[in-house]
Design a protein around this ligand. Structure first.
Ligand code: ATP
Length: 363
């Protein structure tokens, strides 16, 4: 058909140089993005990076300054929101308080003049999808936060939108409910095969739910990739430290794969030169006591330091190690709370060369 594809799937939503300026300030700067049909894509980034502005431009609630929004090959950049065939779910559920759950869900269909019998059937279906059939006659105030968010989801899906847009839909829920809803939203999205864009500042949410993660910073796209890509192969120090926890060390690269960090020397993949940033995930590191005989093996980096703090967080032990005044955090699985070492102990931190992420110093 000649329609463009990404990873073998037809592109359903495309953003071409999408931009939004407010006076001199740039909220979104020339964003290019292709979302394949049926994929769930996360817009991930810190507060103010332009996630919500991007989503609202896609929804038609904010008018772009520049660029195009293309859905299924049709340019919808100037189409009014109600004609865009998109389902929206916001952080605040925005339910009508005086209407029952069923009426809330039916609203969009009534607006579209769908016949009564069909409305009834589709509302039933949508409520079944979010497991709320039993609560159809309740008012929103008689529901928990998680249940209200499910109503909002049913209301968005009942119109059978071509694209589902979710703006921080889980941030008002407690941690346990958030985990549940994550899986639920993902299951529904996959069962329907619906294309969806999900705004979040929570990296766990982005990694665990989405097919692709779009990391944004200062209105710009920093990296796009699968969750494994952005976590294991971040292309910038920003992505490395925003997606997942990481230790950060500065050093001078010799150009032959060696890097000096203070009085220590380590090896890194590749042959960078000059000032570099070294990043290593805490769970990729091990801790040994100095003089324990467990010295660095082939392919393993070793830096010496002193244990400055031990934190027990249930399933993990976190060791904070002072290495030449820099702090390194090492995480190990907690074995029934055993394995504590004494603060002040001279230790060495070990990690594999291949687990070392290295970045040239960026401005
Ligand atoms: P958050 O997670 O805090 O919602 P965000 O990544 O969604 O952040 P946006 O809400 O898209 O960020 O805002 C992007 C930038 O645009 C911010 O710097 C914000 O201050 C600015 N901005 C948003 N709306 C307006 C507006 N109406 N007028 C001027 N500046 C705005």
């Amino acid at each position: 058909s000649g329609s463009p594809t990404v990873s073998g799937r037809d592109v359903h939503l495309r953003l071409d140089g999408l931009s939004k300026r407010y006076g001199d300030s740039v909220a979104v700067a020339s964003l290019d993005l292709a979302v394949p049909k049926g994929e769930l894509v996360a817009l991930l980034g810190p507060s103010g990076c332009g996630k919500t502005t991007t989503l609202r431009m896609v929804a038609g609630l904010i008018k772009p300054t520049d660029g195009r929004i293309v859905v299924g090959g049709h340019d919808i950049t100037v189409m009014p929101p109600y004609r865009r065939d998109m389902g929206l779910v916001f952080q605040s559920y925005a339910l009508f308080p005086h209407m029952s759950v069923a009426k809330n869900v039916a609203f969009g269909l009534e607006m579209r003049s769908v016949p009564k019998a069909e409305i009834e059937q589709r509302v039933k279906q949508a409520l079944a999808m979010v497991r709320l059939e039993a609560l159809a006659e309740r008012k929103p105030r008689e529901l928990s936060g998680g249940q209200q968010q499910r109503v909002a989801l049913a209301r968005a899906l009942v119109i059978r939108p071509s694209i589902l847009l979710l703006d921080e839909p889980l941030s008002n829920l407690d941690a346990k409910l958030r985990d549940e809803m994550r899986n639920e939203i993902r299951d529904i999205q996959q069962n329907l095969g619906i294309t969806a864009v999900f705004v979040t500042h929570d990296q766990v949410e982005a990694l665990s739910m989405c097919d692709k993660v779009v990391v944004m910073r200062g209105g710009k796209l920093e990296q796009v990739g699968t969750p494994v890509d952005v976590y294991e192969h971040p292309t910038t120090p920003f992505v490395a430290s925003f997606v997942g926890r990481t230790n950060r060390l500065e050093g001078t690269a010799q150009g032959d794969g060696r890097v000096s960090i203070g009085s220590s020397e380590i090896r890194v993949p590749g042959r960078p030169g000059g000032r570099v940033e070294i990043m290593v995930r805490p769970h990729r590191m091990r801790l040994v006591e100095t003089g324990s005989g467990q010295d660095a093996a082939e392919g393993v980096n070793r830096v010496a330091g002193r244990l400055s703090r031990v934190t027990f967080i249930g399933d993990l032990l976190q060791y904070h190690v002072d290495v030449n005044g820099a702090e390194i955090v090492v995480e190990v699985a907690s074995d029934h709370g055993r394995g504590f070492r004494t603060v002040g102990t001279p230790v060495a931190v070990l990690w594999r060369i291949e687990d070392t992420m290295v970045f040239g110093r960026c401005a």
